[in-house]
Design a protein around this ligand. Structure first.
Ligand SMILES: Cc1cc2nc3c(=O)[nH]c(=O)nc-3n(C[C@H](O)[C@H](O)[C@H](O)COP(=O)(O)OP(=O)(O)OC[C@H]3O[C@@H](n4cnc5c(N)ncnc54)[C@H](O)[C@@H]3O)c2cc1C
Ligand SMILES: Cc1cc2nc3c(=O)[nH]c(=O)nc-3n(C[C@H](O)[C@H](O)[C@H](O)COP(=O)(O)O)c2cc1C
Length: 450
């Protein structure tokens, strides 16, 4: 879907004139870009494709965008907006932005620096031609909130749009085709490379186990999956899967992978979601209850670069999460244990130790093997006073500072509402907002929150 302002774009004549104008602008931009040898990723690319992505959709689209521009002989490279520094932004002639929205109309974590730069009233971007692909989900109140704010901020700083912002609602193809169409004009080619998302694979539920019998909260199941045929595909700790649920194939559900490849199966921790009317969530209801063991599951693995270990392998890790958030943390801890990388501190919160101590066996084994230096378990319904992981973090402020001073990276997985925001605020209180921003910028603060 291409956004159309009914006032500005009211009549057909205006639309034709605008289209002609757009073509001219594109033509000028193309001429200015010239046809250069393909850029190998160095700093001098004529076209920057800057993505602000949380779970990787925008990053993948940025890769396709670069490939399309290069097909036409243009020099282009993709960068995460967190690499977009002031000098690059002020000096760039052409940037294609791809921006998703998180939380409640918020920017993805990677966009903090860009937001700060654009807040600067002294930032003048008259030299910049840009276009913007905004990713979002219209079931959220603040649809494409960050993309829209980014567009307004760029315009307020004098940057000139090559064409109107395009908004993609839950990955819908028509909007992406409109973007591809513009790219083909820019690159002067109709040979677009393949943009289709990887196909779903056929998997089977190999085992399913209730992790929290008797819990006051909703049931959580560990679901072990195997490909219906052939080998396990490659994944890393931190990656996600998308499950295509029967009855809603166009709207995949994401789950954090809880296991490592070395364990021989792909495990998920899925909480049975109950809707307001009492009916079960479509995907979780099916995975946890309706599908029998052995039932086929359509699934694809999704690289989640922002939550992978990246270059933090040698650093101590502080892993913070609640509920099913232990899934993403478990994969990291298991991987660390396999590689013999000690110096890990786990902070995990749930309701009652007697029922909700997921992964208790793993935690005991990692401790015994010397892989966990510290474990802070917080059960909010035990012991009278409600305590959550952020309280445990605040209570251990001195340890937190010491670990960070020692080079630790911080991984947060679990609920965005309630946990991740409160943990972020605690980190800022204990470490200072500037330090948290520096850790974020350096890839030492990573989140898989939903
Ligand atoms: C990055 C990430 C990681 C996650 N990891 C985990 C995990 O490890 N474990 C876990 O239990 N959960 C995880 N989730 C949540 C999970 O993806 C599902 O949201 C959850 O299981 C509920 O889905 P459901 O289909 O059961 O519920 P549903 O109620 O069917 O769907 C949940 C919501 O999706 C929306 N929705 C449903 N159908 C449509 C539709 N057709 N069009 C538009 N909107 C629709 C509605 O707002 C609905 O309230 C993660 C989410 C994200 C984004
Ligand atoms: C926890 C969460 C919160 C979201 N909040 C919003 C929102 O407020 N507005 C919106 O338009 N889309 C929202 N989305 C949808 C994402 O923007 C959309 O799924 C996008 O394609 C993700 O792209 P990415 O993988 O590049 O981050 C949200 C998605 C999640 C998982």
């Amino acid at each position: 879907m291409m956004t159309v302002d009914p006032v500005r774009w009211g009549g057909a004549a205006a639309a034709v004139a605008a289209y002609a104008g757009m073509c001219l602008t594109l033509l000028r931009a193309r001429r200015a870009a010239g046809k250069r040898p393909q850029d190998s990723g160095g700093a001098a690319a004529d076209w920057l494709v800057a993505y602000a992505s949380q779970t990787g959709t925008g990053e993948a689209l940025a890769g396709h965008t670069v490939a399309t521009l290069r097909t036409g002989g243009l020099s282009a490279r993709a960068i995460s907006v967190e690499q977009l520094d002031e000098a690059t932004l002020r000096g760039a002639a052409r940037i294609l932005f791809i921006a998703s929205t998180y939380g409640e109309g918020d920017a993805p974590d990677s966009a903090a620096r860009l937001a700060r730069l654009l807040d600067d009233p002294g930032m003048a971007l008259g030299q910049l031609h840009y276009a913007l692909l905004a990713l979002g989900d219209s079931t959220y109140a603040n649809y494409c909130g960050f993309g829209r704010r980014l567009d307004a901020a760029l315009q307020a700083r004098g940057a000139q749009a090559l064409f109107a912002r395009i908004e993609v609602d839950r990955g819908r193809g028509a909007a992406i085709e409109a973007w591809q169409h513009h790219l083909s004009h820019l690159a002067g080619t109709s040979d677009a490379p393949d943009w289709s998302a990887p196909a779903y694979g056929d998997w089977r539920i190999a085992a399913r186990r209730l992790l929290n019998p008797g819990s006051a909260g909703a049931p959580v199941y560990r679901i072990d999956l195997l490909p219906a045929a052939g080998e396990l595909p490659a994944w890393e700790a931190g990656d996600l899967v998308q499950v295509s649920a029967p009855g809603d194939p166009d709207y995949p559900r994401e789950y954090s992978i809880a296991s490592t490849m070395a364990e021989g199966c792909l495990s998920l921790l899925v909480r049975l979601h109950a809707r307001d009317d009492g009916s079960l969530g479509l995907a979780s209801g099916w995975l946890c209850r309706e599908a029998r063991e052995g039932a086929p599951v359509l699934l694809r693995v999704r690289q989640h670069s922002r939550f992978r270990i990246g270059d933090n392998t040698q650093r101590p890790l502080i892993l913070i999460g609640n509920g099913t958030g232990i899934a993403g943390l478990r994969a990291h801890l298991q991987r660390r244990a396999e590689a013999g990388q000690a110096r890990n501190w786990l902070l995990f919160g749930e309701r009652q130790a007697a029922h909700d101590h997921f992964c208790a066996g793993d935690i005991a084994a990692w401790r015994q093997a010397g892989m966990l230096d510290a474990v802070s378990l917080v059960f909010s319904r035990d012991g009278g006073s409600e305590r959550y992981v952020q309280h445990a973090l605040a209570a251990q402020a001195a340890e937190l500072r010491a670990w960070v001073a020692d080079g630790a990276a911080i991984y947060v997985c679990g609920s965005l509402q309630g946990m991740a925001g409160a943990v972020h605020a605690t980190l800022e209180t204990v470490l200072g907002a500037d330090t948290v921003a520096v850790l974020d910028q350096a890839g030492r603060y990573r989140r898989d929150v939903y």
